[in-house]
Design a protein around this ligand. Structure first.
Ligand SMILES: [Zn+2]
Length: 78
């Protein structure tokens, strides 16, 4: 368990990077009203966030602090 860590901010500039190429799977999530509870392990206290460059966009991804899975709720930073 990694409790109490600061929010991770991680920016990669490798434009050729493919999904799943860095031994991580990105789980696509349909975001409704709230994204706080991990759908995989049930962790309830929210997520770390990370940013990943994808061409012209920057994806805003979320990492479960408990099971370390990565989630994409479809948000990007322009
Ligand atoms: Zn989890």
């Amino acid at each position: 368990m990694e409790r109490g860590h600061p929010v991770l901010l991680f920016l990669t500039n490798d434009k050729t990077m493919q999904r799943n190429s860095m031994d991580k799977d990105i789980h696509l999530i349909r975001f409704d009203d709230e994204f706080k509870i991990c759908p995989l392990c049930g962790y309830k206290d929210g997520f770390h966030s990370m940013l990943e460059r994808d061409g012209e966009k920057v994806k805003w991804l979320f990492i479960c602090p408990s099971c370390h899975q990565v989630f994409d709720i479809g948000r990007t930073l322009e």
